[in-house]
Design a protein around this ligand. Structure first.
Ligand SMILES: [Zn+2]
Length: 295
């Protein structure tokens, strides 16, 4: 069993990378990939320890890249990437991340002021790698008087806030984030140059009116190597649909829980919908990757 989509404290997860290794060992996983948002910081931490003391399986170096597609942010997972190549590309700069996200946070505070919403004026992102939308959503929820201004879904789900407010031109919270993101083709090229393979992350979290059209549109770019089929927010039917789609279009399949620790308490490491596990079989066709594996 495998889990190729895991977040740590190097992005918006609550667990240190070494804790992930311990849990992966206990769960009996054979292959894992830590895929923090626009960060490979977890691998820098892991370099300092003897990983085999904690996890006997194989670690596939990975990263979840923020990418622009038709003016909306989506995510592309890169696996088997050479970490040095990714680092020197500048795409995973922590400094740039903090500068960008703190800029967004200031814009969101101005929106709150205009709308008369309660918020914490001194809010900022310092060491952690939470996105501005996550920090603002959590802050808005601290003030119960804000609740009446949002739909139940947006109030309760940061993903809904991100996809339908921050990324919606019709919302006062709209931020033109994608101007700072690479396109799908650029991200795929970068991943390829770093010796890795690129996968469309969790199709069904993008709040689309027509997922089939969105999928066809992205795949028709002929840029990605595969699709993340197994995911904690994909139903069994949708997973099967994507697995078949991969077969028909000669694409690789991947899968992961999208574990974030305490930040998403319902998501368990190594598990997807209804506690199901992700079979190693999907990884087999693309496992022999040219990039060196970090051990
Ligand atoms: Zn993720």
């Amino acid at each position: 069993m495998i889990d190729l989509h895991i977040h740590t404290t190097s992005s918006d997860g609550s667990d240190e990378p070494v804790e992930i290794l311990k849990m992966a060992q206990l769960s009996g996983l054979s292959h894992i990939s830590i895929t923090d948002h626009d960060s490979i910081g977890a691998y820098e931490k892991l370099r300092k320890i003897k990983m085999a003391d904690y996890f006997e399986g194989r670690i596939i170096p990975g990263c979840e890249f923020s990418v622009a597609h038709n003016g909306k942010p989506i995510e592309v997972l890169g696996y088997g990437i050479d970490l040095e190549a990714i680092h020197s590309s500048g795409i995973v700069s922590d400094e740039k991340f903090l500068e960008r996200e703190n800029g967004y946070l200031e814009k969101m505070k101005a929106v709150c002021r205009n709308l008369g919403l309660a918020y914490t004026e001194k809010l900022s992102i310092s060491r952690s790698k939470y996105f501005a939308s996550q920090v603002m959503h959590a802050d808005l929820r601290k003030y119960p008087e804000n609740e009446k201004h949002f739909t139940k879904e947006i109030w309760e789900s940061v993903n809904a806030f991100y996809r339908t407010c921050i990324n919606n031109e019709g919302s006062p919270f709209f931020l033109n984030q994608t101007k700072n993101y690479p396109t799908v083709q650029e991200a795929a090229k970068l991943i390829k140059q770093a010796g890795g393979k690129s996968f469309l992350a969790h199709l069904y979290v993008y709040f689309s009116d027509d997922y089939d059209a969105l999928l066809n549109d992205i795949i028709s770019l002929n840029a990605l190597d595969g699709i993340e089929c197994y995911h904690s927010l994909h139903s069994r039917e949708r997973t099967d649909f994507l697995l078949n789609y991969c077969k028909e279009h000669k694409l690789y399949a991947s899968g992961g829980s999208d574990y974030h620790g305490d930040f998403k308490p319902n998501v368990k490491l190594g598990e997807i919908t209804n506690g199901a596990k992700i079979p190693f079989g999907i990884l087999e066709p693309w496992l022999p990757m040219p990039a060196p594996v970090v051990i």
